[in-house]
Design a binder for this molecule. Structure first.
Ligand code: GUN
Length: 289
């Protein structure tokens, strides 16, 4: 039993990235730039976006938060993205999800040029990932992969991912398949979920259901990646953050587990910054820094 310290791993990776950003600036006079579009006032999104821009500044990546009113039309957002697509200063464009229901998120995501789609969510980038020749890998899946690679060689391992979202579960299943893992992608209609989990080498929980994975779902060789970030009230009615795994009961039984917070979250942000950097190089055909 051990915790996988995502925060520490992300700090090391960010420090390495910071040196590369600095070198890029010196040698090529380029500072990568990220634009984050935030529509409306979702408190969780506000926190995520603020954390992204703080970390971007720490590694030397420029970031701009473009705040839009919740009543903005789809047409107006598409127009804005078209301007950003053509702006040669901008390397990465991210639309923080969720966005209001009257705007079709798939339309918005697909309007981002695939070369600036720093989340890797648009259909071209997901298609390239499925074909095993990715251009941009979605940040949370990539963060999970990097954490797993610290713990084991994925080739031939049995992995279950619980949750089939377009942001995490689906792209992560493609990514881990490329790493030669045998992947089960489970979801709300999956039968015998507990039994499916029990014999796996790796369990990845990405459901948004607090403490869903219990002690009798895991074994003593399990490595657990908890993607969930859920706010709940504790016994004293204080707000606390918990994952999709019942950490307190599972920890003593498994081989390794990510905590919440301090596990996957910091890795997602690192991967966003790394993707911004990589896109800045690719767009200019710079091979190595
Ligand atoms: N909302 C929750 N996670 C994410 C993410 O990784 N990217 C974006 N754009 N929105 C999110």
């Amino acid at each position: 039993m051990k915790t996988i310290n995502g925060k520490l791993i992300a700090t090391k990776l960010n420090s390495n990235l910071k040196s590369k950003v600095s070198y890029l600036k010196k040698k090529h006079k380029i500072q990568p730039k990220l634009v984050v579009i935030l529509v409306g006032k979702n408190p969780a999104s506000e926190v995520y976006v603020r954390n992204k821009s703080i970390k971007a500044a720490e590694v030397g990546i420029k970031s701009v938060i473009k705040r839009l009113d919740a009543k903005i039309t789809e047409e107006e957002i598409l127009k804005l993205i078209s301007i950003y697509n053509q702006d040669n200063e901008i390397d990465g464009i991210l639309v923080q999800l969720p966005i209001p229901m009257h705007i079709r998120s798939e339309k918005v995501i697909d309007s981002i040029s695939f070369e600036k789609d720093v989340d890797g969510f648009n259909s071209k980038n997901i298609g390239l990932l499925a074909l095993g020749r990715p251009h941009v890998i979605p940040c949370t899946p990539l963060g999970c992969l990097k954490l797993l690679q610290e713990e084991l060689n994925l080739s031939g391992k049995d992995v279950i991912i619980i949750g089939r979202s377009n942001i995490v579960g689906k792209p992560l299943s493609l990514l881990l398949t490329s790493e030669n893992a045998t992947v089960t992608l489970a979801h709300s209609k999956t039968k015998n979920l507990k039994n499916l989990c029990r014999n796996k080498d790796v369990i990845i929980a990405a459901t948004g259901i607090p403490k869903m994975v219990k002690k009798d779902w895991v074994n003593n060789k399990s490595i657990i990646i908890d993607v969930g970030i859920n706010q709940i009230l504790d016994n004293n009615k204080n707000k606390i953050l918990v994952g999709d795994v019942d950490f307190a009961s599972v920890f003593s039984k498994v081989k390794a587990i990510t905590p919440v917070p301090g596990g996957v979250g910091p890795m997602t942000i690192h991967c966003l910054l790394q993707n911004t950097f990589d896109l800045a190089l690719k767009r200019r055909n710079i091979k190595e820094v």
